[in-house]
Structures are given as C-alpha cells and as structure tokens.
Design a protein around this ligand. Structure first.
Ligand SMILES: Cc1cc2nc3c(=O)[nH]c(=O)nc-3n(C[C@H](O)[C@H](O)[C@H](O)COP(=O)(O)OP(=O)(O)OC[C@H]3O[C@@H](n4cnc5c(N)ncnc54)[C@H](O)[C@@H]3O)c2cc1C
Length: 406
C-alpha cells in the first residue's frame, strides 16, 4: 500500500455516509478527522433517549447486512464485527384508507407473492417486471459502478460493472412507476396505486407518478429473502458505533459539536476548512482532501467564497441544484406502547399510511408516517394525550430536534 500518512482528509458530517467514508479512508492510511456539528453521531440515523428507552430519530431499518450486502462488505473490509440484527418480518404493514386490516409485506417471497396475488389480482406481471429490474440493478450496484462518471477512471469503473443482464434495465431507465402501471393497464386501479403510493412516499418521499421505476424496483423488492431489511439490536446508533470503532482503530479522529463553516478552495481544489467549535472559537484546518457528506444545497453554501464565486466544476452542479423544487415537509410520529389496543386507537386518531414496528425491550415501537404531504392533522388533545410520547418533525428530509408532546 502506498504511503498515504501525510495526506490529510477532513470529513464534514458524522452521519452514516461520513463515518463510512472516514473509516474506509483511515483504514487505507489517510490521516482523517471528522467534524460533526451535533452532539451525537449518526445524522438521520441517530437516536435519542426518553425514560430509559432509545428511539431512532429517522432511519429504523437497515438493508445490506446479508453476505454480499453493502454493510456486510464494509464491515468485512473494516474488520469490524457485524452488528446483531433481527430480520424485519413483515417489513411493513400498509393500512389502506377505510380498510380494517393492514396488508403485510412479508420477508418470505412465496408468502409475499401469495398475499399480493390475493390482494391485487392481475398485478403479477408488474411485480415480475419489478423483480427482474431489481435483480439486474442490484447485481450492477454490487460491482461498484461510479455514477455519473466524471473522468476516465470513473468511466472504466462504470463500464466494468455492466453485464449483458444490466441491459435489461436500459429501456426502463427513464420511466416512472406510474408509466409502468399504465403499461400493464393497472394505473386505474386506485387501491393498488394507493398501496404503492404509501410505500413509495416512505422510501422516496414522492408517489408512484414521480418515483423512478428502477429506484422503486429496489425499494419495493428489497424486503424479501435473500436480501431483506433488519432492525439492529440496540437501535440504529449501533451502526455509527461500529464505524467509529473502526475509525478510531485506524487512528482517525472525531470532533463532535464542531461545525464546518467554510470549505476553502484554490484552483478548484479544496485546501482547508474553517471550523467553529461549541465555545465559538473558529480556526482554519488545512486539508489535502475534503469529503463533504452534506446536502447538495449546503455543499454549495460551504464552498462559495467571500465573493460568492464557485469553483468552475461546481457551477454546473449549482445550475442543477437551483432547478430542484423546494424541499417538502413531513411529519412523523414515534409512539411507544406496551398495549396492543393502542394500535387501534392510534389508527382512529391519526391519518397515517405506513407503520414499521421495531421491537424494543418490553414494548413495541411504532413509527407512523402522515399520509399527506406536509403537516398532517394532529389528533385532538384528548385523543393524543394517552398516545403521544414524542414527536419528530422532519423538515426537508432532515430530522429536527425532537419535540416532546405533553
Ligand atoms: C425520517 C427518516 C427515516 C428514514 N428511514 C430509513 C430507513 O428506515 N432505512 C434507511 O436505510 N434509510 C432511512 N432513511 C434515510 C437515511 O437515514 C439517510 O439516507 C442516511 O442516514 C443519510 O446519511 P448521511 O450520512 O448521508 O447524511 P446525514 O444523516 O444527513 O448526516 C449528515 C451529518 O452531517 C452533519 N453536518 C451537516 N452540515 C455540517 C457542517 N457544516 N459541519 C459539521 N457537520 C455537519 C449533520 O449534523 C449530520 O449529522 C430515513 C431518513 C429519515 C429522515
């Protein structure tokens, strides 16, 4: 391995993405420091504690823990033990408006096929298409293509990942789920479309008309064996903990409550960052490489210099970002209850769409997503008193500070 010990890397953000990049780079000999503005690691996959219980603030289910899966491969690369996990079975319970019983999305493919054939007669060709697209793109992603390619190396990596079966996906690359439904004459089936919309809003924040078909194929087919979704034992925080373990083991450094305020560039290359710590002290930290694991919009703010001039290669990127619609808001409820009857009351009082259940010690935790875009109607005070334990407002895909509802 080449001597990389003098190359300094700054990673902005201690979410799962930043920590993964940091741990992998530290393992390869880079001199890595992670700056995280929050008091806890994990970002959207972080946790908080209330009355002795640990709650996930955002992500609850993990994919890619099976052999060959992305987390499995990363932990193997880092020589870190894979976290203990419980398969999600069912992965999801979808309550359709006006129906008493939910539709469970089971892990066993045979069981799940039987359920969907019974629930949605005539939809099987659509599911078969999804399955074909999912398997081809899953294998393609597993060969680590770089998308979009920016240089010759990226292009070689991309071409090296393409196989004849990848071409199956090509005619569908620009299609949305709604287009495929029309193709199979299913678009008019409101019940089926609602079933898909509710799940897609959970996975892609938009409905079938706006979700790319290839993405949906992965999102809707990932829950079954031999892939599947998992709940980590001990909460999502375990994922960050394991990555930190690897980072520290390879002499990487971690700075919590340190906000990067500026990424300085010279001739289009990052050369340093300005950091502010929790006491308000700021300084310039030199870097050979900066990995900014922040949103695209925030990256542009961090890189713009005092005269608001962006490095050349970011200008085109900015034009694309400027065209994006304004981020939407979403309301999530996280409840904890020991009582099964709670579920019935909750369904009557709140307009929610999908539920994921994570077993916690002695209780079951329910995560509800509002069925509507933006703010959902809250239950009345009397209704919500016995129900609400904590409430998280997720704004633009980002978890805000949890608000306790009395
Ligand atoms: C409500 C919700 C539910 C979800 N459910 C699932 C799920 O079940 N399964 C799943 O796989 N995914 C789920 N996701 C998506 C998943 O959580 C995210 O894709 C993933 O956690 C993003 O990780 P990240 O590291 O890229 O970004 P983030 O988690 O956003 O991390 C970015 C970090 O950077 C820090 N930061 C930002 N700017 C600065 C700065 N200037 N200086 C220092 N630090 C900075 C932030 O504080 C944050 O900690 C969910 C997301 C949400 C919001």
């Amino acid at each position: 391995m080449a001597d990389l010990s003098r190359l300094g890397v700054v990673v902005v953000g201690g979410g799962i993405g930043g920590l993964t990049a940091a741990a992998l780079l530290a393992r390869r000999g880079y001199d890595v420091v992670v700056f995280e503005q929050a008091i806890a690691l994990g970002g959207c996959a972080s946790t908080f504690k209330r009355r002795g219980f640990t709650f996930d603030v955002g992500a609850t289910q993990v994919a890619g823990l099976e052999p060959g899966g992305i987390h499995h491969r990363i932990f193997e690369d880092l020589s870190v033990e894979l976290p203990m996990a419980v398969p999600c079975d069912p992965a999801c319970a979808v309550f359709l408006p006006g129906e008493a019983e939910p539709i469970f999305v089971w892990r066993d493919p045979v069981h799940w096929t039987a359920v969907r054939q019974r629930q949605f007669p005539g939809s099987e060709p659509f599911w078969q298409l999804l399955q074909r697209l999912f398997l081809a793109s899953w294998r393609f992603q597993g060969r680590e293509p770089v998308l979009p390619p920016r240089n010759l190396w990226d292009l070689m990596q991309l071409l090296g990942a393409v196989r004849p079966d990848t071409l199956v996906t090509a005619p569908f690359a620009l299609m949305r789920v709604g287009d495929a439904l029309k193709l199979y004459g299913l678009y008019g089936d409101r019940r089926f479309k609602t079933f898909l919309d509710l799940q897609l809003k959970l996975y892609s924040q938009v409905d079938a008309d706006k979700t790319a078909l290839l993405y949906a194929a992965t999102a809707l087919c990932l829950a079954q064996n031999p892939q599947g979704l998992y709940h980590l034992q001990g909460s999502m925080q375990v994922l960050s903990d394991r990555l930190v373990e690897a980072l520290v083991q390879h002499r990487g450094q971690l700075r919590l409550r340190h906000r990067v305020e500026r990424i300085h560039t010279q001739n289009g290359r990052a050369i340093a960052v300005t950091v502010r710590d929790n006491t308000g002290k700021t300084w310039r930290h030199a870097a050979d490489i900066v990995v900014a694991n922040v949103t695209a919009q925030n990256l542009l703010k961090l890189v713009a210099d005092e005269t608001n001039q962006l490095p050349t290669q970011l200008k085109r990127f900015k034009q694309r970002i400027d065209k994006l619609p304004v981020a939407s808001g979403r309301l999530w409820f996280i409840w904890a209850s020991r009582q099964q009857r709670f579920l019935k009351v909750a369904r009557r009082t709140c307009n929610f769409s999908t539920i994921t259940r994570a077993p916690l010690e002695r209780i079951t935790r329910y995560l509800f997503q509002s069925a509507n875009r933006g703010m959902a109607a809250l239950p009345t005070e009397k209704q919500r008193l016995p129900l609400l334990r904590s409430l998280i407002l997720v704004n633009g895909g980002r978890a805000a500070r949890p608000t306790i509802v009395p």
